[in-house]
Design a protein around this ligand. Structure first.
Ligand code: NAD
Length: 496
C-alpha cells in the first residue's frame, strides 16, 4: 500500500503491528540487544505513551561495532565501486518496498505528519541512486610536476561515524550512509535517542543486503554511545548533523584523542529578506512555507527571521496571520494532519520559554503563542508570529527549533543585510525582489551557504548543502560529500 493511500485506522493498525517487534542494535550483521542488557523506553510525542523499549547501548557496544566495521573494511574497499553501487541500489529498492513502515515509524516516533513522509522516503531512494551513480567519480588525476609520473588516488578513511539528529530520523540515518559507502568506507550510524526506531529497522534491512559489518546501527539513551564513537581510535572520519553545541563538543572531544576529519551540519537562524517591490501575498505565503510548520519548525533550513521592508510589513504580517490560522493539527498518522508535534517535552518547554522571554523583551505576539486551543493531545505549539522584535534580542539571535517566526522591519538595503548577518549562524537565506541586480548583489553579501532568490534556500539533490560560520563545516548531498569521504594519496613513479 502507498503511504498516502492509507486511512488513519489502517495506519494505526500497521503501527501496532510494527511496534510489537523486539528492537535490537545492528552489529556485525546481527541484530542483538545491548551487551549490558540495558533498555530504555521511547515515547510518542503525540500520545505521550510508551511505544517501544529499545536497547540502551554503551561504550562496549560501540567497541563491538567499530571492531565489526573495521573487520569489514578491507573486503568492502576491495569490492569494485560499481559492485558497491549495485548493492546500494538494491538497498534503495528495499527501502522503497518498506517505505510505508519507515514512514509510520517516524510518524509515531517523531510526530511527523504521515502525508509528508512519502517525500522523505523518495528523497532517501533518490540520494542512494545519486551516489551509486557517482561511484566512478572518486577518481584521481595525474600532475605534471616533473618528467616522472605523479598521480593521485582517492582512498576511503576506514570506519566512519554518522551521528544524526531527531528531526528527519529516517532520512538522515539512511541517506547519510550512501556517500561513505560508495567511497569504500564502512559505517556506524548513531540515530537520536529520541527517535531511534526507523534507524533500527534500517539496520535489520541492511543486514539482508550488505556484507556483515559494513553498516552498523547503535543507539543508547544519552551521550555515552556518541562520545565513545567520537573518541574511538579507529574512527578517523565523523559526519555529524545536529546542534552547534554538540558539534563543538565533537570537535573538542575528537581533538582530545586524535586527529579526526569532521564535517558538521549544524543549526541556523535563517533570514528571509522581503523587498518592497515583491508581492506581499507571495511573500507571506513563502514565509509560511519556509517556517516548515509541517515539522513544527524543527528543520534546520527554516527561515525564522522575516526581515521585511516597512512599506509592505503590515500587509505581509496580516496575510501570514490570516493564513496560519487554517493549519490542520491532529494525529500524525492521520493523512489529513498538516502540522507535526514537537519531538519532546523538553523541546516543547524550551520553545514556550523563548516565546515568553521574547514578550518580556518587548516583542508582541501577532499570531499563535502557545498551545492550540481545544487541543488536549500531543506536543503541539501554534505557529507563532512575533512582531516588534529587536534584531539583537534572544528570539532573533538563537535557534529556537520550533514554529516561531520573528518579524523585523527595515528601511534600507544595507540595514537589511546587516541584520541578516548579525547572527552567528549562516545556513540558508531567502531574498524576495523583482530587481535582478539587487537580488544578486544582496545574495553575495549574505553570510550563508545556501541562498534562494524568490524561492526556498533549502537543499536540492546534487547541490552542495552546508553552512557558513556556526552552521557548519563541509558540504553534503553532492559530489563534495562523496569526495569528503575520501582522502588523497599521491604516488610518484620515477621513470629515469
Ligand atoms: P543534537 O545536537 O542535540 O543531537 C544530534 C545527535 O548528537 C544525536 O544523535 C545525539 O544523541 C548526539 N549527541 C548527543 N551528545 C553528543 C556528544 N556529546 N557527542 C556526540 N554526539 C552527541 O541535535 P538534535 O536536537 O537532535 O537536532 C536539532 C539540531 O540539529 C538543530 O540545531 C538543527 O538545526 C540541527 N540540524 C542541522 C541540519 C543541517 O543539515 N545543517 C539538519 C538537521 C538538523
Amino acid at each position: 500500500m502507498n503511504i498516502n493511500d492509507a486511512t488513519l485506522v489502517e495506519n494505526e493498525e500497521r503501527a501496532r503491528q510494527l511496534l510489537q517487534r523486539s528492537w535490537k542494535l545492528s552489529i556485525a550483521g546481527e541484530c542483538r540487544p545491548a551487551l549490558s542488557g540495558r533498555t530504555y523506553a521511547v515515547t510518542s510525542p503525540y500520545t505521550g505513551e510508551q511505544i517501544a523499549v529499545v536497547p540502551d547501548g554503551g561504550a562496549e557496544d560501540v567497541a563491538a561495532a567499530v571492531t565489526a566495521a573495521h573487520a569489514a573494511f578491507e573486503g568492502w574497499r576491495a569490492t569494485p565501486p560499481m559492485a558497491r553501487a549495485q548493492l546500494l541500489e538494491e538497498l534503495a529498492r528495499a527501502i522503497v518496498a518498506y517505505a510505508r513502515d519507515f514512514a509510520i515509524l517516524d510518524s509515531v516516533d517523531a510526530g511527523i505528519p504521515i502525508v509528508y513522509m512519502a517525500d522523505e522516503l523518495r528523497t532517501v531512494a533518490a540520494f542512494m541512486r545519486y551516489f551509486a551513480g557517482l561511484a566512478l567519480e572518486t577518481k584521481g588525476e595525474t600532475i605534471p610536476a616533473s618528467n616522472n609520473l605523479h598521480f593521485t588516488e582517492r582512498q576511503p578513511f576506514g570506519v566512519v561515524a554518522r551521528i544524526v539528529p531527531f528531526n528527519h530520523p529516517f532520512m538522515f540515518a539512511a541517506k547519510n550512509i550512501a556517500a561513505p559507502l560508495i567511497a569504500g568506507n564502512t559505517v556506524i550510524v548513531k540515530p537520536s535517542e529520541l527517535t531511534p526506531l526507523s534507524a533500527l529497522l534500517l539496520g535489520e534491512l541492511v543486514n539482508e543486503i550488505l556484507p556483515s559489518g559494513v553498516v552498523n546501527v547503535v543507539v543508547g539513551n544519552g551521550p555515552e554511545v556518541p562520545q565513545a564513537l567520537v573518541s574511538h581510535p579507529l574512527v578517523h572520519r565523523i559526519g555529524f548533523t545536529g546542534s552547534e553545541e554538540i558539534g563543538r563538543k565533537i570537535v573538542r572531544a575528537g581533538a582530545d584523542c586524535g586527529v579526526k576529519d569532521i564535517s558538521l551540519e549544524l543549526g541556523g537562524k535563517n533570514a528571509f529578506i522581503a523587498f518592497p517591490d515583491a508581492d506581499p501575498v507571495t511573500v507571506a505565503e513563502a514565509a509560511i512555507r519556509n517556517m516548515n510548520v509541517t515539522w513544527s519548525g524543527q528543520s534546520c533550513s527554516s527561515t525564522t527571521r522575516l526581515l521585511v521592508h516597512e512599506d509592505i510589513a503590515d500587509i505581509v504580517v496580516a496575510t501570514i496571520t490570516e493564513r496560519l490560522s487554517t493549519h490542520v493539527i491532529g494525529n500524525p498518522l492521520d493523512p489529513h494532519s498538516r502540522q507535526g508535534t514537537i519531538v519532546s517535552e523538553r523541546q516543547y518547554h524550551s520553545i514556550l520559554g523563548f516565546i515568553e522571554r521574547a514578550q518580556q523583551a518587548g516583542a508582541r505576539v501577532a499570531s499563535g503563542g502557545g498551545r492550540p486551543k481545544g487541543v488536549d493531545t500531543g506536543l503541539f505549539i501554534e505557529p507563532t508570529v512575533l512582531v516588534d522584535v529587536a534584531p539583537d534580542s534572544e528570539v532573533a539571535q538563537e535557534e529556537i527549533f520550533g514554529p516561531v517566526l520573528s518579524v523585523i522591519r527595515w528601511r534600507d538595503e544595507e540595514e537589511a543585510i546587516r541584520i541578516a548577518n548579525s547572527v552567528r549562524y549562516g545556513l540558508t537565506g531567502i531574498i524576495y525582489t523583482n530587481d535582478i541586480k539587487r537580488a544578486h548583489r544582496v545574495a553575495r553579501k549574505i553570510d550563508a551557504g545556501m541562498i534562494g532568490i524568490n524561492g526556498s534556500g533549502a537543499a536540492f539533490l546534487g547541490i552542495p548543502a552546508g553552512g557558513f560560520k556556526a552552521s557548519g563545516l563541509g558540504r553534503e548531498q553532492s559530489l563534495d560529500e562523496l569526495l569528503s569521504y575520501t582522502q588523497i594519496k599521491v604516488t610518484s613513479v620515477y621513470l629515469d
